[in-house]
Ligand binder design. Structure first.
Ligand code: TYM
Length: 347
């Protein structure tokens, strides 16, 4: 089974990214053929600094490797290295409904937050994301909860393409999302009604993967808790509920088990336990990261090799899509008696 996911090279990666997505990428290596794409072309849809983009791309690559992605067992590559993604975006834009793009939550949120230009790229962002996945005919996409709407759109685009051009065949695979049961939406520590992100309440609400242990302890000690004193999940206790979820995800256990274990504990004690566990979870990643990040030529060569694999897969899909859409010259047919990988005409 092919498994695909993408991650932006923007900002610093945080505990939400790690629990919701990166840890799933790592475990998916045991289940199928993984492709993990660092999506620099998505990152240019909002104002950004070009020199910074390159640096952040290496940061993200090194974090993925430090987390346990193994280039011998999966493909790690940079989106802009595989031109098929952008070509497929254009081709798929013709089967994407404009109104749907305008109603996407992330588009509307970013549009409102944007003080400068609201770019057409921001509107087309989900089509590029659809192209990322559909180019590989991936069956499964591990993501956090905030990507659900993008996945739905991608499924619709694939279905509409197949209905319009497939002639009864599933030319593009309609992918399934894989959203974890625990940790799909890690919340901000200072404002647990919003998701943890780099643009949230600020430094103290977000635990970064590369934070020093002291910083992690401080952030968790200062996490807002709720009225009452019980360590229990409840709709009116979003702060404690979030911490229970974090601890369960990091341990790979169930929130109920965490709740039972800390039923008699005070908030302070519980927060210290969460901090210790998160430190133990992220410390090895930070240590491996330092070494990997220092060797840019090695990172480049991993990305280059990954792009080679990815291109070989994506170009096959593109050739099919172009053929079905009647775009470009007809697919070449090899002369009789020779064998080739392209379509052959019987007889
Ligand atoms: P990005 O880079 O914002 O986030 C990467 C992954 O982290 C997950 N995530 C979270 N999970 C739990 N709690 C949180 N607080 C949290 N914040 C982020 C995201 O759900 C995501 O899985 N549009 C995508 C990138 C993308 C992509 C793709 C994903 C581009 N092409 C193709 C899948 C398939 C994005 O911005 O992710």
């Amino acid at each position: 089974m092919r498994i695909f996911s993408g991650i932006q090279p923007t900002g610093r990666k945080h505990l939400g990214n790690y629990i919701g997505a990166i840890s799933q990428y790592v475990s998916s290596q045991d289940r199928g053929e993984g492709l993990f794409c660092i999506v620099d072309l998505h990152a240019i849809t909002v104002p950004y600094d070009p020199a910074e983009l390159r640096e952040r791309l290496y940061d993200t690559t090194a974090i993925l490797l430090a987390a346990g992605l193994d280039p011998a067992r999966c493909t790690i590559f940079r989106q802009s290295d595989v031109g098929e993604h952008t070509e497929l975006t254009w081709l798929l834009s013709s089967v994407t409904e404009l109104g749907r793009l305008q109603r996407m939550h992330q588009f509307r949120d970013k549009e409102l937050a944007q003080r400068e230009l609201v770019s057409a790229g921001l509107l087309l962002y989900p089509v590029l994301q659809a192209a990322d996945v559909l180019a590989y005919r991936a069956a499964e996409v591990p993501v956090g909860e905030d990507q659900r709407e993008h996945l739905e759109l991608m499924r619709d685009v694939a279905r509409r393409f197949n209905a319009r051009y497939g002639g009864g065949e599933e030319v593009l695979v309609v992918p399934e999302h894989r959203i974890p049961e625990v940790g799909a939406r890690i919340m901000d520590l200072q404002d647990p009604t919003r998701k943890m992100s780099t643009t949230g309440s600020g430094e103290s609400g977000t635990v970064y993967v590369l934070d020093e242990p002291k910083a992690i302890e401080k952030k968790l000690a200062g996490a807002v808790t709720d009225s009452g004193s019980e360590v229990r999940r409840a709709p009116d206790k979003p702060g404690i509920t979030n911490l229970i979820e974090i601890l369960a995800a990091v341990r790979g256990s169930e929130p109920d088990a965490v709740q039972d274990e800390f039923a008699q504990a005070r908030y302070g004690e519980f927060k210290a336990a969460v901090a210790a566990e998160v430190v133990g979870y992220l410390a090895p990643v930070r240590e491996r990261y330092e070494e990997l990040r220092a060797d840019v030529p090695a990172l480049e060569s991993i990305l280059e090799e990954g792009a080679g694999h990815a291109r070989a897969m994506a170009s096959e899909t593109l050739a099919d899509v172009r053929e079905r859409m009647g775009v470009g010259a007809p697919r070449a047919t090899p002369a009789r008696g020779t064998s080739g990988t392209v379509d052959t005409v019987p007889g």
